[in-house]
Unconditional design. Structure first.
Length: 296
């Protein structure tokens, strides 16, 4: 069964990459953005250990807050290039944006992905000043699986117990706030995701491990460890309930979190601000997210 699923994952990834070619023909990269591509954040020459850097041309020489963007794709497909339009538009709001690549399931598990994220964060910490990035104002933004990944990364950073259970050494780059777009927060529910993904993410016997209780993102230790977060979803988002349920869990902590929910609209599907970044509603998401992050 696992071999069959593995083949299916690779087919999904291949189909996605083909669809990106068609999508790119329809979209135009925004003007006024300096883009530096495929910068290695590790010395191993691994294509998964690269990042892109976005900077607004009209802010030359200015020190800007930093966004680290982690692409979505259910943790098993996607790439940083898919998020290029979203990242460019975010950068034009006055940020240095680092968009990172990472290994994908089934070639790894979620703990390997977290190690990739932390490796990239350490690299960014070391070079941000040379990019005129302000290390006192650093944010993480992720969509779908990327939102799940940065949620766990931030919790591991801020809670030694969770880090020990994950057996992952976190980066010490401080994150001021999170942007969570249509997050795939729940990976073990009785649905299409939870039926096949957990063992690939956490291992065959994950229920017997110290990390098992944190697979539920509503774990009180986990949610109380997170930085302030801005969440967005829509009525036509197939993972809408993931966002509303996770927001309720966050609200119980008493910390400052915000939720923006868009109403019925066939165009506003899952992570629409990343998939269709030039829609009026997507521009609204980018503006609102930018405004929220800059408060921290």
């Amino acid at each position: 069964m696992k071999n069959i699923l593995t083949k299916q994952f690779y087919k999904q990834r291949s189909d996605f990459e083909k669809s990106c070619i068609t999508r790119d023909k329809k979209l135009t990269f925004p003007e006024g953005v300096t883009l530096t591509q495929n910068v290695a954040y590790a010395s191993d020459n691994d294509k998964a250990h690269r990042l892109d850097i976005y900077r607004p041309e009209d802010k030359e020489g200015q020190t800007l807050p930093v966004i680290i963007n982690v692409h979505g794709g259910g943790l098993l497909l996607g790439n940083k290039e898919f998020n290029r339009y979203f990242c460019a538009l975010m950068c034009k709001r006055g940020f240095v944006v680092y968009s990172i690549e990472y290994h994908l399931v089934p070639d790894c598990n979620i703990f390997d992905q977290l190690r990739d994220v932390f490796m990239a964060m350490d690299y960014i910490k070391g070079r941000a000043a040379s990019d005129d990035g302000d290390l006192s104002h650093v944010y993480m933004v992720g969509d779908s699986g990327g939102a799940c990944l940065i949620t766990y990364a931030n919790a591991i950073q801020n809670n030694k117990k969770i880090a020990k259970a994950a057996k992952v050494k976190p980066s010490d780059l401080h994150i001021n706030a999170l942007g969570l777009i249509s997050g795939m927060f729940y990976t073990d529910r009785f649905d299409k995701i939870g039926l096949f993904l957990p063992k690939f993410l956490y291992g065959d016997n994950y229920k017997k491990t110290a990390f098992a209780k944190y697979v539920n993102p509503e774990n009180p230790e986990l949610v109380s460890s997170l930085a302030p977060a801005w969440l967005v979803s829509s009525h036509n988002d197939n993972l809408r309930k993931y966002t509303t349920d996770f927001y309720k869990a966050l609200s119980k902590t008493g910390k400052k979190h915000r939720l923006k929910m868009f109403g019925k609209n066939k165009q506003l599907t899952h992570a629409f601000s990343v998939f269709e970044p030039f829609l009026p509603e997507s521009i609204k998401v980018i503006d609102m997210l930018s405004e929220y992050l800059k408060k921290y």
